[in-house]
Design a protein around this ligand. Structure first.
Ligand code: HEC
Ligand code: HEC
Length: 212
């Protein structure tokens, strides 16, 4: 496909999925207060600034400001094994849909909104198809699309590599990464990772003085 055709296709698919996905929700809206209790063990990795997965080495993704709907989708993916990662599978395996919704509401917090200023830098050419769903500023245009703005660059790059290798399975993304070179993936990860406002590491509220 030529680039304009691919771009048109990406926008058409985005519009189609917008209709399909909004009929899928099944649980009550998440309760962030319940979520905070349930997410206690998650903070050991997700609330530590700059924390890295041991092997292979890459940064643990930032979750604060991420769409709760996407966090819930990711957790259901780890639970079912559609998305493979040993530790995350272990953490998600026993969660119910309601618990997932509660945890997602707490960890995501207020989803970041599209930037009011123009994106930082010029979008690389390879981003032409991505913006239909992830925006030029990296804020997912639907709650089911992950926000990429300010995410760790090494994590974004790894995610793209995994869609390409098939280690991470998602029919939408699998189609879009086939045309990307290793160089494109680096450039796209760097571009989206530098956008503001940015996703953040979840803040750990407890300290040894407040723990009771
Ligand atoms: C031992 C460290 C560790 C713990 C504990 C942990 N995670 Fe993770 N989490 C990771 C790593 C590493 C990844 C990236 C995995 C991958 O590449 O798919 C990840 C990925 C995720 C993602 C996907 C984010 C995205 O942008 O796609 C979500 C959501 C998530 N974790 C939520 C949780 C929740 C909820 C808990 C607790 C129930 C938890 N994690 C516990 C290390 C951890
Ligand atoms: C039609 C909509 C659509 C288009 C176009 C699209 N994406 Fe995605 N993207 C998604 C969805 C949906 C997911 C979540 C998939 C999953 O659950 O693994 C995703 C996931 C991702 C992730 C993983 C984020 C995370 O937190 O783990 C990255 C990185 C990404 N996309 C980058 C891109 C790039 C770069 C392009 C352009 C080459 C692109 N996407 C084009 C819909 C889209």
């Amino acid at each position: 496909m030529s680039t304009p055709t691919r771009t048109a296709f990406a926008f058409a698919l985005a519009a189609f999925l917008a209709g399909a996905m909004h009929t899928a929700g099944a649980v009550d809206g998440g309760d962030p207060v319940r979520g905070q209790h349930l997410a206690y063990t998650c903070l050991g990795c997700h609330a530590i600034e700059g924390y890295k997965n041991a092997y292979p080495t890459y940064s643990v993704p930032k979750l604060r400001g991420q769409h709760a709907e996407y966090i819930a989708t990711a957790l259901r993916g780890y639970r079912s094994g559609d998305r493979s990662h040993g530790t995350m599978h272990a953490h998600a395996a026993s969660l119910t849909d309601q618990e997932i919704a509660d945890i997602a509401a707490y960890l995501g917090g207020d989803a970041i909104k599209p930037a009011e200023t123009p994106p930082a830098g010029t979008p690389p050419e390879a981003a032409q198809v991505c913006v239909a769903c992830h925006g030029a500023d990296g804020v997912g245009v639907l709650p089911e699309y992950p926000t990429l703005a300010g995410q760790h660059v090494d994590y974004l790059e790894r995610a793209l590599e995994e869609y390409k290798s098939g280690a991470r399975k998602n029919p939408i993304m699998a189609g879009f990464v086939t045309m990307l070179s290793a160089e494109d993936m680096k450039t796209l990860a760097a571009y989206y990772g530098s956008q503001r406002p940015s996703l953040e590491t979840v803040k750990k509220r407890t300290s040894r003085f407040s723990a009771r």
